[in-house]
Design a protein around this ligand. Structure first.
Ligand code: SAM
Ligand code: FES
Length: 340
């Protein structure tokens, strides 16, 4: 079955069911690693994540920083804070900075463009990735013109009914898709993705996710386990599992051989060896936190998030050791998508 999926770069629902049940699990990972090595060797790219605001106008049911969560201690980083994070990151070897935040209207297009320009001016050999949610095409074009290279916007689920279970009615899958299409059309390297084990997710919705990803053919795919956050409507739901997440990472590697695939912080949160397990299943990116230590715990998308007490330098040292221990190596380059 694994050989067939690899050869066709496609998967049927029965095959998905079979692999999610744990059949051929070792061989699946072996092939995913072989494919990743064919394109990326043992290199692991690092992205410095700067969580610059935890204000959000949205109210996604799963998300710890949703508008309706009154327990959140809200913060915004200043431009100086953000540039300081980049300087520290640059010193540590980061050549990609990811600006992530809630949909915070305080950061107007003008402010975002100014930020992008300042980062590009200070660190011209670095890539700037944005992860700031749904905007108009016009806004995306402005950010691109200001120098942004990449954009992360998980589609969350490709099934309409499931999308409605995860989000309030003012958010729609159609708009999410519109955004992703616009971003690709403008020329960004684009990342889509979804949570594994989110409430209401089924084999069928995952099958739709995988087919959606094949169709979109994004440069990056972010998947990590859903983890409940106690003050959200999904606070008492079950978390996604490591096994299911790594199985899906491996399948995605076979469907999209060149994709940039992170072993996420959420995966490292549900299992102390989660990120290593992800890398050993075809993932090739890690995204350590570069946000100032004082705000880290406030960007609590879910409970028990790891690396909230460490300085960036400690995180990268720890990761270098972890990655080295399993036979991979962290490289200090922009880590762009390999086109051919
Ligand atoms: N506002 C931007 C957006 O919507 O794309 C970026 C920030 S948002 C917090 C980033 C991602 O965090 C979401 O796409 C979602 O998949 C993930 N996330 C949110 N809550 C989560 C949870 N409880 N467990 C795991 N991942 C979660
Ligand atoms: Fe906006 Fe999660 S609800 S970032």
């Amino acid at each position: 079955m694994v050989d067939e999926v690899e050869a066709k770069q496609n998967i049927g629902i029965k095959q998905l069911q079979y692999l999610l049940d744990g059949n051929e699990a070792d061989y699946l990972k072996e092939r995913a690693v072989a494919v990743r090595k064919q394109y990326y060797g043992t290199d692991v790219y690092i992205r410095g994540l700067i969580e610059f605001t935890n204000y959000c106008r949205n109210n996604c049911y799963y998300c710890g920083i949703r508008r309706g969560n009154s327990q959140v201690d809200r913060y915004r980083l200043s431009s100086k804070d953000i540039l300081d994070c980049c300087a520290e990151g640059y010193r540590l070897g980061f050549r990609t900075f990811v600006l992530q935040g809630g949909e915070d209207l305080f950061f107007t297009d003008e402010k975002i463009c100014q930020l992008i320009k300042s980062i590009k001016k200070g660190f011209p050999d670095c890539a700037v990735t944005l992860s700031i949610g749904e905007k108009s095409r016009d806004s995306y074009e402005k950010y691109f013109a200001a120098g942004a290279d990449r954009y992360l916007l998980r589609h969350e689920t490709a099934n309409y009914e499931h999308y409605r279970q995860l989000h309030p009615p003012d958010l729609s899958l159609d708009n999410r898709k519109r955004c992703l299409k616009a971003l690709k059309g403008i020329g960004y390297q684009v990342g889509a993705g979804f949570m594994v084990g989110s409430p209401g997710q089924t084999k069928e919705t995952i099958y739709e996710d995988l087919q959606f990803l094949r169709e979109l053919n994004p440069h990056m795919v972010g998947i990590g386990p859903f983890i409940p956050q106690g003050d959200t409507p999904f606070g008492k739901e079950q978390a996604g599992t490591v096994d299911m997440t790594v199985t899906l990472l491996a399948i995605i590697r076979l469907l999209l051989p060149r994709v940039l695939l992170p072993a996420t912080t959420a995966l490292g949160t549900i299992d102390t060896m989660g990120r290593e397990k992800g890398l050993m299943s075809g993932a090739n990116v890690v995204m350590p936190n570069l946000s100032p230590k004082r705000v880290r715990a406030k960007y609590a998308l879910y409970d028990k998030k790891i690396c909230t007490g460490e300085e960036a330098a400690e995180c990268i040292e720890c990761l270098k050791n972890r990655v080295g221990n399993i036979g991979y190596r962290i490289v200090c380059s922009r880590g762009d998508y390999i086109d051919r």
